[in-house]
Design a binder for this molecule. Sequence first.
Ligand code: NDP
Length: 332
Amino acid sequence: TRKIVLSNRFNGLPKLEDFAIVEEELPNVLQDGEILCQSEWISVDPYMRMRASTLNLGDAMIGMQVARVLKSRCSEYPEGSQVVANFGWVERTVFKPEAHHGVDTIYKMPDMKGLPDSFALGTVGRPGNTAYFGCLRVCKPKENDTIVVSAAAGAVGSLVGQIAKIQGCKILGFAGSDDKVKWLQDKLKFDHAFNYKTANLSEVFTQYAPNGIDAYFDNVGGEFTFHVMKHMKPYGKIALCGAISTYNTDSSQPALVPFDYGSMIYKNITMEGLHVLRWKDEWYTGINQLRDWILEGKIVVEETVTQGFENTPTAFINMLIGKNVGKAVVKV
Ligand code: NDP
């Protein structure tokens, strides 16, 4: 089988030379309890940029995939069934599920009710649950609240906005190109959308959130978040989901970012970190609801598909620089 390994430490934005494809022999015979899987879809996600620093050079890149069970000696995962699993950037995997079972390692393909399999890596998967629980449990949106979301045209952000809209909120989304802004307004029906690269943030918030922001779903961190802090409503909530604007820094130190202590303290703002696995025991509540909202036409889903296993690094780099709309996935 082939796997894609880390061949250099990233220095800033990852480069194609930082990855290598290597061949690996898999055992011919399965042991009791093992399955042999063929990857069909591979997910590329921002967290891989950070997590790669915990890998050794030569290790396969980490990540979730949708895979087909080709051979099985494990009754729970029969031949021909599909799994969602944390196998990394590899084509074929021999795995023993028994010891490692759960939504962070391997689980059976959810009932997609006819939706594309790849959605199990996006809206009907991790990014979906991140948006679902992060929005509903941390932002706690109420009708007519003003909600701001960054990286709004991405996998998580595009859902946060739509979920908050279902709750009757006013949504301001920020993304990195005029085409994305148009897509957010025309297709996703965000109340307002802006290109954060060209907008005057202070003017935008003064005009479009004149009474302040009730909740901010933060995907980007850094300077953008600093500006949002200044425009929060008293007792507002900031949900810390990601900080992609800081991921491509090189130093071994955490990124230093501006922080508006004045607003945070005097306005009694709550800032709460969230990691999706906090809700691993409620996994199917989130993804089944999202699936049903798609089927009911309440949520629009977009994907950016890259063809070919060997192009996974390209897909990853393109996602980091914002070439994706919706979830970035690779068709193996
Ligand atoms: P996206 O689909 O949103 O892809 C990443 C996007 O980030 C790009 O499309 C790009 O869009 C934007 N971006 C890149 N660089 C910058 C920058 N410097 N400033 C602002 N935006 C930038 O990825 P996901 O939806 O998978 O992830 C979004 C965030 O959520 C990430 O921070 C990720 O780490 C986090 N996350 C957290 C989880 C958790 O459990 N806490 C789980 C899943 C994701 P643009 O063109 O708009 O710049």
